[in-house]
Design a protein around this ligand. Sequence first.
Ligand code: C5P
Length: 240
Amino acid sequence: MLDEQARDRVIVAIDCDRQRALELADSLSGHAVWLKVGMTLFYAEGPSIVREFKERGFKVFLDLKFHDIPHQVRGAARSAALAGADLMSVHGLGSGAMLAACREGAEEAAAVRGDRPHLVAITVLTSMSQDSLTEIGVSDEVAVEAERLALLARANGIDGVVCSPREASRMRELVGDDGLVVTPGVRPAGAELGDQTRVATPASAIESGASHIVVGRPITGADDPVAAFEAIVDELRAVE
Ligand code: C5P
């Protein structure tokens, strides 16, 4: 059951404390394929939380959005990959040299663990507006800047991008058929939006070109997280 494509497309964002994270992992075991660990959980628990999810059979998206000098990012990517991450994020804004160093770090780990984790680049954070770009000295439009960074990432060995579902179809064109397009900001019809504003449904995100969707609170905050997860998989099966 777990090798099914629809199931493999849903990454459950586990943004909570360790105890709740492990409860959710135990209940989603045998249903979900992917869990996402972000900075809040990672900085509290460290690499052990990745290992605990891996021991339960999950693939882990370690979403730490690396951004530093190339030497540091190479080391970060290597360490995160050795902790067991299957997918990791890096800021496109850090330069082609930094993106290439991220890929090198992942490859160094692959020589030890046997496979290379996939890498996705953040282009322009969806929380940033045109004014935020101007504030940091970028005069291009958000879409133009995002496209430039997506191409830079692909040219430097990064497997794909993280973007809003609204940008997914353009990003799919840029990263190619084999590139990864990972979209948060996904809400099943009728779900609470929380702090997300520009949202898409799971099916429409995939139809727009996403390879994977990131869904957090609609699953983790549901009375029955497994039922909420399975409803999303059902929705995706209909568009596969
Ligand atoms: O609970 P929710 O479905 O909103 O969780 C979405 C996850 O994706 C969170 O972990 C959030 O940090 C992450 N994310 C996002 N928007 C972005 C990038 C990442 O919501 N632009």
